[in-house]
Design a protein around this ligand. Structure first.
Ligand SMILES: [Zn+2]
Length: 215
């Protein structure tokens, strides 16, 4: 599948972002967080474009040819490849936050079970955990970190609208779960976004453990 780049995007930049996505995907797949070709990953290239995983590829075996260019409305650019079905959720993040450059979405067992467990409340409220400080802007364990759980749907505009409604209400948002599905999180660079994803995986596991042991 050949990718034709607009003149404003250098082949070096695209290759560098594609490699960064493939490297992260390989490690997350090895952790078992991307079962059965699920999950999707993207990185911003400029104000108008992002690189994203092509739909249906094994996330443990991605190469440059498995990454494609999209515009900020989720449309393929310079390729006939099909982007991930959930591409609009990535471009929504880039459009709302010009400072965000990476979006990671995974389907780990912990994320999937937590999403079901906390769907009743529509939110997981994390409080008192030291690792909350791994999330950008969180400076103390002595605060509340709310991770909403949105109902799953195959109709992306509905999910986009739910995320918009949360943000438009003025509440902070660092990540969200989709019921029975997985997690989305983002950051300014790959290292920050990986840190968010790993911290949230750990915190969701701790929170479920704690609640199962509490009466
Ligand atoms: Zn998904």
């Amino acid at each position: 599948m050949s990718q034709v780049l607009p003149a404003t995007i250098s082949p070096e930049l695209f290759a560098q972002r594609a490699d960064a996505i493939a490297d992260a995907a390989r490690e997350l797949a090895a952790a078992g967080w991307t079962p059965a070709t699920s999950s999707n990953f993207s990185m911003r290239l400029d104000d108008d474009h992002a690189a994203i995983t092509i739909s249906g590829r094994d996330k443990g075996r991605l190469g440059r040819d498995d990454i494609m260019l999209i515009d900020m409305h989720g449309k393929a650019v310079g390729t006939s490849a099909r982007p991930s079905a959930e591409t609009e959720l990535h471009t929504q993040i880039y459009r709302r936050w010009p400072e965000m450059n990476v979006v990671l979405h995974t389907h780990s067992r912990t994320q999937s079970v937590a999403s079901r467990l906390f769907a009743r409340d529509g939110v997981v409220t994390l409080a008192g955990w030291e690792l909350q400080k791994a999330i950008a802007g969180q400076t103390t364990h002595d605060s509340e970190l709310a991770i909403p759980v949105f109902p799953n749907t195959q109709h992306m505009p509905e999910l986009v609208a739910q995320v918009d409604a949360w943000l438009d209400s003025g509440r902070p948002l660092h990540a969200y779960l989709i019921n029975g599905h997985g997690i989305y999180t983002w950051g300014r660079d790959m290292a920050e976004t990986r840190r968010h994803l790993e911290a949230l995986e750990f915190l969701l596991g701790c929170e479920m453990d704690l609640r199962s042991r509490s009466v």
